[in-house]
Structure formats: structure tokens, C-alpha cells
Write a protein that binds this ligand. Structure first.
Ligand code: BTN
Length: 329
């Protein structure tokens, strides 16, 4: 099924009140049987609650708050920010990676759906239409590569600050290096790409990609343990408000990194450290797996792991927690 068509149909049905399938067919120039097939799939695969009345047609049980570019722009406190909201795209992150940017400007792209969302280690990031936040920001920083280590942790803290301000009762934690979890269930993930150009000026090009599960309540597609804001809060969440908060706090964070702000945000990591003291297996390059006990992170944001009697640090890797019952063995 083409996701772009399913998104267009969803947008039509979202137009408050009932809509006849013939009107959708006319406005999108798609045959009626195909539209009915997609409506059925929207209900089955994305759990969209669509009601049908034989006389009046289709309507959403509760209307979806779509992304609103003008509202997001109005909510951003900084100048030199360009915001683009897109209906459907393969990935806002890959789009932003290829974007040419001017020094000192912030480019933000947010999509209603991604057809080829990217996760860490080339995994697929499930991005169903209108449910979640698929956000990417690109900018330049006058910082050297070595001063940007730990950036992914700093970004995760910046996201947590916004989430805890908007939704104070959530028990948000960071699962190193960049997962945001609630009770070991994944709520959000981040990707970061840094390209350093050393000419006569110091300039790093930073692309950040953030995926937050917002209103997704069920999914037959996701395997691991996950949660969403709606599942935790028992209410529908406005993605525009979230996008505004994240944009403002990210820009503030990036500006403070650039000014070499001495109060390192990494110090805040300990408040949110989900892994401390846990026995884990760490998968690093060459498919090597190391088992040990987590001892926090160092100043560079690298993971400290006690393996046997010695402590080792790792700049990257994929952590799986070993359950207490298995950790004793
Ligand atoms: C992870 O594996 O935890 C990172 C997930 C990052 C997903 C976001 S969604 C917006 C942006 N676009 C992408 O294709 N990926 C990132």
C-alpha cells in the first residue's frame, strides 16, 4: 500500500464531520474500491478509529491534530530558524543530511510520515502517518569534533527536559547512548551526524534526527518493548507543542555548546541514567559482544563497563540488559 495515498485519505477523512467515499475519490482521483481497501488497512494496520455511516460516509472517531507549520514557526523563540513541515518523505534525517546550510542558521524539518525512517545500525524506524514526531534539525557549530563528543547524550537530555516540562509525571530515563525509555520501554531515539570542515574557520555540520512515539497506541509492526506519550499519559498529545518545545530547547543547547558553556550538561546524565549498576551485554563492532556491569559514563560521554575486575570505556555500541535471574549465572 502506498503510504502517501493512505496519508491523503486520512487527511480527507480528518476534515471534521462525515465524508462520502465518492467525495474522497473525486478529490484524490482514485477509484472508490481502492479507497475502501486503504480505509480498511488504516483501521487494521495503524489502528485508526474510523466510523462508517451508511448514509453519511466516513469520519474519524476523534479528529487528528495535524502538524501546523505556521504555529510551529510562531512558537520558535530564535531568529535564523527555517521550519518545513512535510506530509510524506522517505526520511527527514537523510533529507537534512543532504541539505546545504548557511553558517549560523537552523533548519528544521518535521514530517507527518516517513516511508523509510532510519534507526541506529541501519535499522528501520517505523513512522506511521500522523501518529508520532519525526523531526530533524541541521545547523553548523563553530566547534571542533573533539569538543562534540557526548553530543548524543546532551541532545537526549535536552529532549527529556522538554518532555518533563510538558508532562511532569513521566519517569524518563536515558538508555546509553541515546534511547529515551520509560520502565525499559523505548519512547524515543536520536541519530546524530557530524561532519567537520577544517578550512580557515572551525565549522562542524550537525544533523540531528529525533523520533518520539507520541500518539501511537498499538502496532503490529514493532517487536521490541516500546511505549508512547499517549500510552503513558492516557491522552492524545499535540505534536505541534512538542515540536516547538524541542526546537527551542535544542537550539538553546546547541548555542550553549558553541559558547563552550562550562556547566557540562553531561553532569545531568546521572539523574537519568537507566543503566547504572545493571549487568549488560554490549555489542560493538565486528559483532563482538562484551558482558559487564555498567559504571556510568566518562566526561566524553563514553560508557564505562566493568568487565571482570577491570573497567573499560566504549565510545559506541548497542546495549542489552541481562535480566537479574540470568545475570547471576
Ligand atoms: C534509534 O534507532 O533509536 C534512532 C531513531 C531515530 C529516528 C528518527 S525519526 C526522524 C529522523 N528520521 C529518520 O529517518 N530517523 C530519525
Amino acid at each position: 500500500m502506498s503510504r502517501t495515498i493512505s496519508f491523503s485519505i486520512l487527511k480527507n477523512i480528518n476534515n471534521r464531520g462525515y465524508i462520502q467515499v465518492s467525495s474522497i475519490s473525486k478529490s484524490l482521483n482514485i477509484p472508490i474500491p481502492f479507497i475502501i481497501k486503504i480505509i480498511n488497512k488504516l483501521q487494521r494496520e495503524y489502528y485508526v478509529k474510523i466510523e462508517y455511516h451508511p448514509k453519511y460516509g466516513y469520519r474519524l472517531q476523534s479528529p487528528i491534530i495535524m502538524l501546523n507549520q505556521a504555529r510551529i514557526i510562531a512558537g520558535i523563540k530564535f531568529s535564523s530558524v527555517i521550519v518545513e513541515c512535510i506530509d510524506s518523505i522517505d526520511s527527514v534525517y537523510t533529507y537534512m543530511q543532504s541539505m546545504l546550510v548557511q553558517k549560523g542558521k537552523y533548519y528544521i524539518c518535521i514530517a507527518e510520515e516517513q516511508t523509510n525512517g532510519k534507526g541506529r545500525f541501519d535499522r528501520f524506524w517505523y513512522s506511521p502517518p500522523t501518529e508520532n514526531l519525526y523531526f530533524s534539525l541541521k545547523t553548523t557549530l563553530s566547534s571542533k569534533l573533539k569538543d562534540l563528543s557526548g553530543l548524543s547524550i546532551i541532545i537526549s537530555i535536552s529532549i527529556i527536559e522538554v518532555l518533563s516540562e510538558q508532562y511532569p509525571n513521566l519517569d524518563l530515563k536515558i538508555k546509553w547512548p541515546n534511547d529515551i525509555v520509560i520502565n525499559n520501554k523505548k519512547l524515543a531515539g536520536t541519530l546524530i551526524d557530524i561532519k567537520y570542515k577544517s578550512t580557515n574557520i572551525i565549522c562542524s555540520y550537525i544533523t540531528i534526527g529525533i523520533g518520539i512515539n507520541v500518539n501511537m497506541q498499538k502496532s503490529s509492526k514493532l517487536k521490541g518493548e516500546w511505549t508512547s506519550l499517549a500510552n503513558e499519559l492516557n491522552k492524545h498529545v499535540d505534536r505541534n507543542q512538542l515540536a516547538i518545545g524541542i526546537s527551542n530547547n535544542l537550539i538553546l543547547t546547541l548555542k550553549s555548546i558553541e559558547k563552550n558553556n562550562p556547566k557540562s550538561p553531561i553532569n545531568n546524565y546521572y539523574k537519568y541514567d537507566y543503566l547504572k549498576g545493571k549487568t549488560v551485554s554490549l555489542s560493538i563492532s565486528n559483532k563482538k559482544i562484551i558482558r559487564g556491569v555498567i559504571c556510568g559514563i566518562n566526561k566524553l560521554g563514553h560508557l564505562k563497563l566493568k568487565v571482570g575486575h577491570s573497567e573499560h570505556t566504549f565510545a559506541s555500541g548497542d546495549v542489552s540488559i541481562i535480566k537479574d535471574s540470568e545475570a547471576q549465572l
